[in-house]
Design a protein around this ligand. Structure first.
Ligand SMILES: C=C(O[C@@H]1C=C(C(=O)O)C=C[C@H]1O)C(=O)O
Ligand SMILES: [Mg+2]
Length: 462
């Protein structure tokens, strides 16, 4: 591969000849000067950024800056709209990447809101029905190697000064100037939004489930945390990385808003023809006592209500996989997935996807699974819109990345919150079935708030 300056000049020539703007992307393998844990500190709150880490530390991706937003306000067409815009960009792009590694080269990071049909509340103002972008500089850290990708829009009038600017931007990621600390300013106020009304909604939904054709509806609620000073997203991210090592940890900063969390739930991962999804539903608290924790896990595995809640998710994901794959592998029985605060019923689903099926088509078919929406899907969505009385924004929506080769990974944005100035809005929900009990479901959401509350430095409720 030729050095970056030669490739850049070729791209300028190309832009001039065709008289259009093109995406220039250059990837090189680098030696990381510091351990990967320290790279969260390159994130500064004023800038668009993202951070992504899977539970196995297989792929860590950090993006700074935003050279190419891909936004869609379409409703049903939003997935296809993002895909089309991305394909158009890639058709003319100049991509230099000799690494055969998913998550390198030009990549889109972002997310889809949970329900584009719902009304919008002010806190989610920065985010559209689909909000994605290509970062300016990106670091991809895998178990074995690290890669640095720079992206830039080359215009017919571009010159080499643009490259000098890029070389400077690179330093932002490579020379860490100061490590972020874990300082969090004092919490002034912490409030649950309408908890009593929420329990009444749960009771209403239970009677709907008993009477009608609905099998499951996921209801969520939110809390608001207010601070003395503005929240620094990089510090919240550091807490999540320390405290939630068994989850995907993400931070998605866009126009001074930051959606961050530690989600245990993969929606879909695609590497070549291999796809992977996670059925996660059915919950039980944890205990500090190992024996008791095991007993609680066993109770969960044998509990009829939770097994039913879980099975609805397995059936739906299995249907989607059978439609898109020529080979599907689903275990017969769930096992347990444990995070520090809660344990869940867990069934991983694998498949080999048919040719020409993109990750966004899979996201569209899967979202929302009955772990976040319900069964049947459309009716459950209507009930959520009617009774939840809240804009979920990106909470429970698909959040993730896709590279220019079509590989990528999306999770569902749960155990998460929106950070905005000196306020944080955090969300938690649970699957309501006919056998549910409002008080128990309320307690389940209380447990699901804990990871974000702890990361935010607010006292946890016991
Ligand atoms: C909706 C959430 O979690 C989902 C609901 C679960 C349940 O009801 O048992 C379990 C895991 C998640 O799929 C949340 O954490 O906000
Ligand atoms: Mg549940």
């Amino acid at each position: 591969m030729k050095p970056i300056d030669e490739q850049f000049e070729l791209s300028i020539k190309n832009a001039k000849e065709n008289n259009k703007e093109i995406l220039f992307s250059y990837t090189e393998q680098i030696a990381l000067p510091y351990p990967h844990q320290l790279y969260s500190s390159v994130i500064r709150n004023s800038e668009d950024h993202f951070y992504w880490k899977d539970p196995q530390n297989e792929t860590i991706i950090i993006g700074l800056g935003n050279v190419l937003p891909i936004i869609s306000e379409l409703i049903d067409e939003r997935f296809r709209n993002v895909e089309e815009k991305w394909e158009n960009i890639l058709e003319n792009a100049s991509i230099y990447n000799s690494a055969d590694q998913p998550g390198t080269g030009p990549l889109l990071f972002g997310g889809f809101t949970f329900d584009p049909y719902n009304r919008k509340e002010y806190e989610w103002g920065a985010f559209s029905n689909a909000t994605f972008y290509v970062p300016e500089i990106m670091l991809t850290i895998t178990e074995k190697n690290s890669f640095l990708t720079v992206n830039s829009i080359v215009k017919p009038e571009s010159d080499v000064s643009q490259l000098m600017y890029l070389e400077n931007q690179k330093k932002k990621i490579l020379n860490i100037q100061e490590f972020s600390n874990n300082f969090i300013s004092e919490v002034m106020k912490k409030e649950e939004i309408n908890p009593e009304e929420w329990k009444e909604s749960v009771a209403r939904v239970i009677s709907l489930l008993k009477d009608g054709h609905l099998d499951k509806v996921v209801l969520a609620r939110k809390m608001r945390v207010e601070y003395q000073q503005d929240i620094l997203p990089e510090n919240i991210l550091n807490h999540l990385l320390d405290q939630q090592q068994t989850s995907f940890v993400f931070s998605f900063g866009f126009q001074n808003h930051c959606f961050a969390g530690a989600s245990p739930e993969r929606l879909v991962k695609k590497t070549g023809e291999n796809i992977l999804s996670t059925c996660l539903a059915g919950s039980m608290k944890r205990s500090n006592d190992e024996k008791h924790d095991e007993t609680l896990g066993k109770m969960l595995l044998e509990d009829k209500k939770n097994r039913h809640e879980h099975q609805l998710v397995v059936s739906m994901i299995a249907d989607v996989f059978r439609k898109h794959c020529w080979e599907v592998n689903i275990p017969d029985e769930p096992t347990l997935m444990k995070t520090p605060d809660i344990q869940h019923l867990y069934t991983p689903v694998k498949g080999k996807v048919k040719e020409n099926t993109s990750i966004l088509q899979l996201v569209e078919s899967l979202h929302p699974t009955p772990a976040l929406g319900g069964t049947p899907k459309q009716d459950a969505m209507r009930v959520i819109r009617d009774v939840e009385n809240m804009d979920r924004g990106l909470y429970a929506g698909p959040i993730g990345w896709m590279d220019y080769r079509g590989n990528g990974e999306f999770i569902v944005g749960i155990r998460s919150g929106l950070l905005k100035g000196n306020e944080a809005f955090i969300y938690a929900g649970c699957g309501i079935v006919a056998d549910s009990n409002p008080e128990d479901e309320y307690l389940e959401t209380k447990i699901k708030f804990r990871p974000m509350l702890r990361a935010l430095g607010g006292k946890e409720d016991e």
